[in-house]
Design a protein around this ligand. Structure first.
Ligand SMILES: Cc1cc2nc3c(=O)[nH]c(=O)nc-3n(C[C@H](O)[C@H](O)[C@H](O)COP(=O)(O)OP(=O)(O)OC[C@H]3O[C@@H](n4cnc5c(N)ncnc54)[C@H](O)[C@@H]3O)c2cc1C
Length: 498
């Protein structure tokens, strides 16, 4: 039970600097923090779309949102628009909002389904303010206790600039940055714990607890400690991405686009100075050259650089915490970027670690809790991503047909069966995606329930339709006072720090 007086972070990408800033902020009075990174190796340089909980992380660090948006060329993200996923030509949104409202005993979808049966023509999304703002290209920050008008949002930002933003904050708070390539690692002869990182020029960095943020290399956890990797490739076969920036559009959309192609899918992320684009695909179905051509042929603005190839394997380390090493970020595993969850996984790993921080020595029970909890989180996100691929009606390539034929993980298969039979969704432990997220993707991918909850029929069809008509009006009401997304960004970012 060796006490922890010094934390060493290996790697200075988004994961490394998030870890440095957060640990210093929470425990800077109790532990020293040193980060080692190599400019020669560099960072992965992608990871531009986020999900709303990042606001909590930034708020905890007391980041000024306006400065953050300005300095990282950020835009607002209200949703992901999925094109061609169910079948070519089809589109739906997965928004961060919750369609509808709490109307009674059961969830909104049951009332909406009952109203559909009574003649309602509106889609589920018509009752969602996030969707209405996406379609209108509008945004404003709404601070209201009224759940009807909640407008949850996240950011698209330049990943490199976000890391630098955090680096300035962390260094100002006292984090020591050491530049150099880690070429050797010294372990304790008996416990096997890591004691020292040795740099190429012979300098040594000692520590008590090591955070492996070395990216896909997983230098400490996988390479040094030999922690086994559990591959998810049999569920999620994408293993490569081409990434390329392109010129920005005259007006900036407040959502990410995910466009399915014959094999894999393309992302388009709007920033204020450029668009980020990429094609995620499986090398078993598409060659690298074909994939690069597919991406370039489908860009809708001029490319600003040559495309860059990134190879990865979907899966996770079986133990995210092994010995005195906690793997965070790409070093801990990777779920492809379809739902922009990797930066969130960094955030939740750090929160989880700090909850059981081993100040007085590593307690095996704390490590076990940490590992079990992170496994659950990885698996529920994995299942959500599988749903998008599996529930497709495309018949234009072996890739999509193979995805339809997937043998699903049991938890996901059970969830789908329940929804199909009853229209019910229950939030699984560890699942960061709420029912409203599952609902939108299920319906968007064409999975409809055969029935709905009888409580939705407590009022007559006419009364229900009248209620939903009032709700529709209420949901549209804030739009009238909103700025265009670009006007919002311009006005907000010019304001002084709050
Ligand atoms: C194609 C793709 C798209 C993605 N899109 C998204 C997205 O939209 N949203 C999202 O949330 N996430 C996304 N991600 C994930 C996201 O990019 C990462 O989670 C995030 O960038 C964190 O990366 P990292 O810090 O773990 O690794 P990296 O950025 O690779 O950093 C690794 C660090 O380790 C250092 N290092 C490595 N080896 C050594 C050594 N021997 N000595 C010294 N230093 C060393 C490097 O110099 C670097 O500083 C995407 C990932 C990929 C592959």
């Amino acid at each position: 039970m060796k006490p922890v007086q010094k934390v060493v972070i290996a790697g200075g990408g988004t994961a490394g600097w998030m870890a440095a800033a957060f640990i210093k902020k929470v425990l800077g009075h109790a532990v020293a923090v040193e980060l080692v990174e190599s400019d020669a190796i560099g960072i992965v340089g992608v990871g531009e779309a986020t999900i709303p909980p990042i606001q909590l992380f930034n708020q905890y660090l007391r980041l000024d949102e306006k400065a953050l948006l300005r300095e990282t060329h950020a835009t607002i993200k209200l949703a992901i628009k999925f094109d061609n996923w169910r079948r070519p030509g089809d589109s739906y949104y997965h928004t961060f909002g919750a369609p509808g409202a709490a109307l009674g005993f059961c969830s909104f979808q049951h009332y909406w389904l009952a109203a559909k049966a009574a003649g309602l023509t509106q889609s589920l999304w018509d009752f969602d303010l996030n969707y209405l703002c996406c379609e209108a290209g509008k945004f404003n920050i709404i601070k209201t206790p009224n759940p009807l008008y909640e407008l949850p949002y996240a950011y698209h930002f330049d990943a490199t600039l976000y890391g630098q933003f955090l680096r300035r904050l962390a260094e100002a708070a006292g984090v020591v940055r050491t530049e150099g390539v880690i070429s050797d690692v010294v372990r304790h002869g008996i416990s096997g714990d890591i004691e020292t990182l040795v740099l190429q020029d012979g300098r040594q960095v000692h520590g008590d607890l090591f955070i492996d943020c070395s990216g896909l290399r997983s230098l400490l956890a996988r390479q040094t400690l030999g922690v086994p990797f559990e591959s998810y490739a049999h569920y999620l076969p994408a293993d490569r991405a081409w990434a390329v920036p392109s010129e920005r559009f005259a007006s900036t959309l407040p959502y990410t686009r995910s466009i399915a192609h014959k094999v894999g899918w393309q992302w388009r992320i709007p920033l204020t100075h450029r668009n980020g684009n990429g094609l995620v695909y499986s090398s078993a179905y598409l060659s690298d050259d074909e994939a690069a051509s597919m991406l370039l042929a489908n860009l809708d603005s001029t490319a600003l650089a040559e495309p860059r190839l990134i190879k990865f394997e979907t899966g996770r380390l079986r133990q995210q915490w092994s010995h005195n090493v906690i793997a965070v970020g790409l070093a801990s595993g990777f779920l492809e970027p379809l739902e922009s969850t990797s930066i969130h996984l960094i955030q939740s790993a750090l929160v989880r670690l700090l909850k059981v921080f081993p100040q007085h020595g590593i307690a095996p029970a704390a490590r076990d809790y940490y590992n079990a909890d992170s496994q659950l989180e990885f698996e529920t996100i994995r299942d959500f991503i599988i749903l998008h691929y599996h529930a497709n009606e495309r018949d234009d390539s072996p890739f999509w047909r193979d995805m339809q034929a997937l043998q699903l993980p049991t938890r996901l298969a059970d969830k789908l069966a329940l929804f199909r039979q009853t229209g019910q969704l229950f939030n699984d432990a560890g699942d960061i995606f709420r029912d409203s997220s599952w609902l939108q993707v299920l319906l968007g991918q064409g999975i409809w329930p055969t029935t709905y909850h009888p409580a939705a029929l407590a009022t007559s069809g006419t009364e229900l339709l009248a209620t939903l008509a009032r709700l529709l009006q209420a949901k549209q009401q804030p739009l009238t006072q909103m700025l265009s997304h670009d006007a919002f960004l311009q006005r907000y970012c010019q304001q002084a720090a709050s």
